[in-house]
Design a protein around this ligand. Structure first.
Ligand code: URA
Length: 313
């Protein structure tokens, strides 16, 4: 078999594995794309665009920012892994290729929402959900929060983080002088994970549910292009990065990279609520979360008052 045929076979195998794992989009470096399309002897692979996406064809995208703020991250980042390269275990899933102008963004966001609201990929969750909890906030937000999955309150109201944990998240956002309307809040799973009939509480999303839902989150991120993402809890980090084990107690507070977007992993607000039952009433845990938020504020070049610096000390 020729070297080319071997490469092609490896690329096809890689694509098939990704598809089987639930990936529906691939990122391709612009130079790879142009090499594939200009070479006479090399047939173009069957799929270079998102297979099930209704997103339009390649153009550059950028959303106007307030003056003085750093420029937007490009929609297609040239750091994309070549298709046939071995993938590091902790590599985040490829971002979808989105090629839209700023003017097209609201319609693309609305179309994505419509697709998510009509999703039936997890038949069990379709029968138990009241709502598909797509996300809330500003689609042009600089700061995005990613949680785990809707609970009962969120399922009822169709909005993420509105229950007790959500109210705590809202207070954290407000402590940073922001509002829920100024940031974007979403989950790695858009439907409430079902629990046996009559059983209270929540369960974490299953790997196959995460994989089925991830493309919606990836497209949300790609459209919003936040400057910083805060991942709330280990499950959110695992869902976002496709990792199987993330130790939030050891790894929170350390910047991660999601295709060029900095990600701050911190404790889930529910964890903080549980810590409130401890002897210090959760003060130490709150301080850690707040220190993570201070890092986020520094990264976003937000003003920080002395009072803010001292919260929960
Ligand atoms: N916990 C989450 O992770 N997400 C929500 O929307 C609510 C609670």
């Amino acid at each position: 078999m020729s070297a080319y045929a071997q490469l092609l076979e490896a690329a096809i195998r890689d694509l098939e594995e990704r598809k089987a794992a639930g990936e529906r989009f691939i990122a391709i470096a612009p130079e790879t794309l142009s090499a594939l399309t200009t070479s006479q002897s090399v047939p173009t692979p069957a799929r270079t665009q998102p297979a099930e996406s209704s997103t339009p064809a390649v153009r550059s995208t950028s959303t106007p920012r307030a003056s003085g703020s750093p420029p937007r991250l490009p929609a297609i980042r040239s750091t994309a892994t070549p298709l046939n390269a071995p993938r590091p275990v902790a590599a985040p899933p490829a971002l979808p290729l989105l090629n839209i102008t700023a003017a097209e963004k609201p319609a693309a966001f609305a179309a994505l929402r419509e697709r998510a609201l009509a999703c039936t990929k997890c038949p069990q969750l379709v029968t138990t959900r009241k709502s598909v909890v797509f996300g809330t906030g500003d689609p042009n937000a600089q700061l995005m929060f990613v949680g785990e999955a809707p609970g009962a309150d969120e399922d009822q109201q169709g909005e993420p983080f509105v229950g007790r944990a959500g109210q705590l998240l809202t207070r954290i956002i407000q402590a940073a002088n922001l509002s829920r309307e100024a940031v974007y809040i979403a989950n790695i799973l858009k439907c409430r994970p079902d629990t046996p009939l009559g059983t209270p509480g929540n369960r974490p999303p299953r790997p196959e549910e995460r994989a089925a839902c991830l493309p919606y989150l990836l497209e949300q991120i790609q459209l919003i292009q936040p400057r910083v993402i805060v991942a709330l809890g280990g499950t959110a980090v695992e869902g976002l990065f496709g990792q199987t084990e993330f130790r939030i107690t050891r790894q929170r507070g350390k910047w991660m990279d999601f295709h060029g977007t900095p990600v701050m992993p911190t404790f889930h607000p529910s964890y903080v609520l549980r810590a409130e039952e401890g002897p210090d009433k959760g003060r130490a845990t709150k301080r850690l979360v707040w220190e993570d938020m201070l890092q986020v504020m520094v990264r976003l070049e937000m003003p920080i008052s002395e009072k803010q610096r001292g919260f929960f000390k």
